[in-house]
Design a protein around this ligand. Sequence first.
Ligand SMILES: Nc1ncnc2c1ncn2[C@@H]1O[C@H](COP(=O)(O)OP(=O)(O)OP(=O)(O)O)[C@@H](O)[C@H]1O
Length: 399
Amino acid sequence: MHYDHILIRYGELALKGKNKNQFITQLQRNIQQALKHYPDIRVKRSQGRMFIELNGQGPEPIMKQCKKVFGIYSLSLALKVENEESSIKEGALFALTGSPNAKTFKVSVRRVNKGFPIRSQEMNRILGAHLLKNTSIYTVNVHEPDVEIKVEIREKATYIMSTVVRGAGGLPVGTGGKSLLLLSGGIDSPVAGYLMMKRGVQLEMVHFHSPPFTSERAKQKVLDLTKTLTEFGGSINVHLIPFTTLQQEIFKSMPERYAMTIMRRVMLTISEKICHEKNILSLTTGESLGQVASQTLASMNAINEVTNLPVLRPLVALDKEEIITHSKRIGTYDISIRPYEDCCTIFVPKSPATNPKREIIHELEKKVDFTPFMNEAIAKKETIKIVHNVQSDHFDELL
Ligand SMILES: Nc1ncnc2c1ncn2[C@@H]1O[C@H](COP(=O)(O)OP(=O)(O)OP(=O)(O)O)[C@@H](O)[C@H]1O
């Protein structure tokens, strides 16, 4: 006997009607995608659960991959047996005796198949008695058992489990629409992207770079960050925008105090154009309040003016420590701290305005028309598709 399935639980209660079906279909697709290197396994759905049929494949790597799939609340290794009392008894004994270091147990039966002749409570008693009779070291503890033997009696078969592992939670990527993430090489924006993916949002990236002031390795850093994020939700397109000429024009013609704000407005304007082209309905940034001078509410207010799209800022209320903790856990931190220059770190004004005024910006922007430079930058856009990376193993647990 051996565990031959993985049972997957998702937050079904929160779902209703049409959304529910879309959620489940997307989740199934995402699990299949995450397991694409295991051709023998099958992912099936049935009555509020998803099942992975292992077909001889060892469960550890499959569990590990599944722990990164958003929408999964918990997973259990499961033994499939026939809907027969004797088979269920045998399976329960296998599950109990295979639990290392356990001294106490509890049996929890769920009878999903109401056609099964023995009711759940009765079945709990039958199985408990069977386990006590056939072992000598275990006792029952219904309140705080070392191991809980879960038995799900379903339409066609019964699944027996002794462990529950927490999944990544959230919603399946692809159920929440699309957002364009402004991805710098820093610590924050990859974390912002991760949090949006956790809410089911599919990402595309835009990155502004300024060759030759920024190197190939700085560009590679952004591609590597994206590759890490693909582990949570499939392939991602990265749009690289050459920003050198625009930055030089801005820093040449605008007062230093306002150059940063105007540069951000230009970034957002270009990003919005990409959204229109790609049918993406929102933008995401890694800004959080009060971290640096340009991340004040006044600054966000001045920047936001150039777009009607929602600008999502999932880090807005987090402090740096929390953001760093996230980035270490998801595997982006070590890439983010590589010491290559970003376009924004090269053209840094000494004292950017912390309280930029829209009226002043309007006056300044009347003097120079950046549109031709923006159009040129967009025309020179380079798009790279980063394929879903399913082979990394740099972490085990997501919270
Ligand atoms: N070169 C860039 N390309 C794309 N987006 C950028 C770029 N530089 C900055 N951004 C966007 O603007 C946000 C604010 O940038 P800023 O440099 O002020 O903040 P930060 O806290 O250092 O963020 P990060 O750690 O993400 O770089 C970033 O989180 C990112 O979303």
